[in-house]
Design a protein around this ligand. Structure first.
Ligand SMILES: [Zn+2]
Length: 333
């Protein structure tokens, strides 16, 4: 099986997702043109609502397919206008009756633009994706107390934003400690009362930690917890951390990763091993079937933006690697 998603972000480009579906169709067209018959059947899949921009949760179609979500739960999810997934499917004539089952899939491949800058920076054509980073997201609430910026001496403050600045530094260090495959991001900061001459009394911030193994993620979180308590003590504030998202790291199947690598080498394409920092339908599929992904470079590593672009020779190269990898796996019934 191969495929990807064709939904997008409100400001999405034309490659994220679509490329993986079209790559699969191109492979099949080529095999048909050449009169090639495989021992195992090949399928293209189009996943619904991977991005989660109209309906949550994200990766909805593949999640339902592998049993992560119950079908009834998914069909009942509403968009901002109160329209359910079930109603939306009905209105476009796509509300099928068949029960889906993830059993019997021998291999799943997904071709995708990289959505990052690594391949372009190395001037390479193919990313052999060895797995996807695990993710742990936290909401952090720092509580100090508001006070006047003038009369309150530095030694008597409970400055929540000062403590937050140490957390921001810490998150960056946690990822650098586990380079090159760990990530740490504080992307959201709410400061209260956010006034020029008031010492901030509370701050809410987001923490997004990613790594290629659960052991690394755990080490990062342990250090975060321990250091947060020290920062709280030094800053005379309290810090509460709540985990809001956990995706385990997904290691892709060795033999499929190898099929992608040899596919690239067979046709003389430059390649390197990469990990996926983003979520993909392949991450869910990896739980029920041997899975691998193929990345091709995109211009300036930019995605989720209408200027998203990719070179046709790279897109073609990805299709060729996909074809070789699929053929290698489909030679057995
Ligand atoms: Zn995508």
């Amino acid at each position: 099986m191969t495929g990807s998603h064709i939904d997008t972000q409100p400001t999405g480009g034309k490659f994220d997702g679509n490329y993986g579906v079209l790559a699969g169709l191109e492979v099949f067209k080529t095999l048909n043109d050449a009169g090639v018959t495989t021992a195992a059947p090949l399928e293209v899949v189009v996943w619904t609502n991977e991005e989660g921009s109209r309906f949550v949760p994200v990766m909805m179609g593949s999640g339902a397919f592998i049993g992560e979500f119950k079908t009834d739960f998914i069909l009942a999810q509403k968009d901002r206008d109160g329209i359910t997934v079930g109603q939306a499917l009905h209105s476009i004539g796509y509300a099928g009756k068949d029960q889906v089952s993830p059993s019997g899939i021998g291999a799943y491949f997904e071709a995708h633009i990289e959505q990052g800058p690594v391949l372009e920076a190395h001037d390479l054509t193919i990313g052999v994706v060895t797995g996807a980073l695990g993710q742990r997201w936290f909401d952090v609430v720092i509580t100090g107390s508001e006070a006047h910026a003038g009369p309150t001496p530095m030694s008597l403050r409970h400055d929540a934003l000062l403590a937050a600045s140490h957390i921001v530094q810490l998150i960056n260090e946690l990822a650098l400690d586990h380079a090159p495959n760990a990530r740490g991001t504080v992307g959201m900061l709410d400061v209260y009362p956010n006034s020029r001459n008031v010492i901030p009394g509370s701050v809410k911030l987001s923490v997004d930690l990613r790594a290629d193994s659960d052991a690394t993620l755990t080490a990062m979180v342990n250090k975060l917890n321990a250091r947060a308590q020290e920062i709280a003590k030094q800053g005379k504030v309290s810090i509460a951390l709540t985990q809001v998202v956990y995706f385990p790291p997904a290691a892709f199947a060795n033999e499929l990763v190898q099929a992608v690598r040899s596919g690239a080498r067979t046709i003389g394409l430059s390649e390197m091993d990469v990990v996926s920092g983003a979520g993909h339908d392949a991450v869910y599929m990896a739980r029920v079937a041997p899975t691998a992904m193929i990345f091709v470079p995109c211009k300036d590593g930019i995605s989720h933006n209408e200027i998203e672009d990719a070179k046709s020779e790279h897109l073609e190269a990805g299709c060729n690697v996909l074809m070789h990898a699929m053929l290698a796996c489909a030679s057995q019934p």
